[in-house]
Design a protein around this ligand. Structure first.
Ligand SMILES: Nc1ncnc2c1ncn2[C@@H]1O[C@H](COP(=O)(O)OP(=O)(O)O)[C@@H](O)[C@H]1O
Ligand SMILES: NC(=O)OP(=O)(O)O
Length: 311
């Protein structure tokens, strides 16, 4: 049976250079078009942590060298990352659809996501962006640029920026109109460009939204049946990276919360995915969130693998 699906693509679907990203998205496009070919309606959201950090640091370095007049603020870097990643995805998905003889328009919507200026996240930067560094390089960049750097899940040091919770998507009606008209839509890239409402106007704010939360909000607004969070592991596990690691198949929101209370899911990596999955599953009976590998998306939706959270 055809389903309404919001797919959240993790960093492993994108790589860290333009050439790498272009090569990887052709693989990503195959997995997405497999779902479309089965008759599902699909919206694609994606992360932007490495890309938004790279754009910001690159342009800040260019400004210091006098090559450009000023730093590029984070909301504008977020917008650039949506265009850059959206371009590659829409081209690759379009090429794959054409190769399979499927006629469907594909488009990216540069998306703004509303956050609250009072969100405590603005006082406590937690979202890792940009490249991974060794401690010495991280300390040097922190001193030169005034960045906050933290160790990221055993993978090296990264800059962290505020990551407020999203509560509205400005372009939701446009995304819905294209989705309902049968278009393949790429939206809410990097969780969306964070904006606040000030005196009745929207205004960009320096932060990076977690794409798992942005995608979850989009899935609710589109009344999706399934939220698919694609990442680098086939299943969410308890006792992760320990000899007694155990993959999880089906979870109720209540069971997931017990594991969250036991700190089974790492902050900034698996925890936001499980939190987003729980929120989606709780939002309406019949909704399922799936966390799995890109290559396993189709099998996961068919219930053959992955971790599914549902009531
Ligand atoms: N309990 C867990 N079960 C499975 N993976 C976990 C767990 N805790 C942490 N992880 C790690 O979280 C990673 C996914 O988070 P991350 O790399 O931030 O995702 P993204 O794909 O969105 O970039 C997995 O590749 C895995 O290394
Ligand atoms: N914005 C965001 O969540 O990006 P990553 O998934 O790349 O961390």
């Amino acid at each position: 049976m055809s389903k309404r699906i919001v797919i959240a693509l993790g960093g492993n679907a994108l790589g860290s250079t333009a050439a790498e990203q272009l090569a990887l998205v052709s693989k990503t496009a195959k997995a997405i078009v497999d779902l479309i070919a089965e008759g599902n309606e699909v919206v694609i959201a994606h992360g932007n942590g490495p890309q938004v950090g790279m754009i910001n640091l690159g342009l800040s370095t260019a400004a210091e060298a006098g090559a450009i007049k000023a730093d590029m603020p984070f909301p504008e870097c977020g917008a650039m990352s949506e265009g850059y990643i959206g371009y590659h995805l829409q081209q690759a998905i379009g090429n794959e659809l054409t190769a399979r003889g499927i006629r469907k328009p594909v488009a990216t919507i540069v998306t703004q996501t509303v956050v609250s200026q009072d969100d405590p996240a603005f006082q406590n930067p937690t979202k890792p962006v940009g490249a991974f560094y060794d401690k010495e390089t991280a300390d040097r960049i922190a001193a030169e640029k005034g960045y906050t750097m933290v160790e990221d899940a055993g993978r090296g040091y990264r800059q962290v920026v505020p990551s407020p919770k999203p509560f509205d998507i400005v372009e939701a009606e446009s995304i819905k109109a294209l989705f309902n008209a049968g278009h393949v839509v790429i939206a809410v890239g990097g969780g969306g460009i964070p904006v606040v409402r000030k005196d009745g106007k929207l205004c960009g704010t320096p932060a990076v939204i977690d794409k798992d939360f942005g995608s979850e909000l989009l899935a609710e607004l589109l009344d999706a049946d399934v939220l698919v969070i694609l990442t680098a592991v086939e299943q969410v596990a308890i006792n992760f990276n320990k000899p007694d690691q155990k993959g999880l198949d089906d979870l109720t929101p209540a069971q997931a919360k017990v594991y969250m209370d036991e700190n089974q899911f790492a902050k900034g990596s698996m925890l936001p995915k499980v939190q987003a999955a729980v929120k989606f599953a709780e939002s309406k009976a019949g909704r399922t969130a799936l966390i799995t590998l890109l290559e396993k998306a189709k099998d996961g939706i068919e219930g053959k693998t992955g971790t599914r959270v549902h009531q």
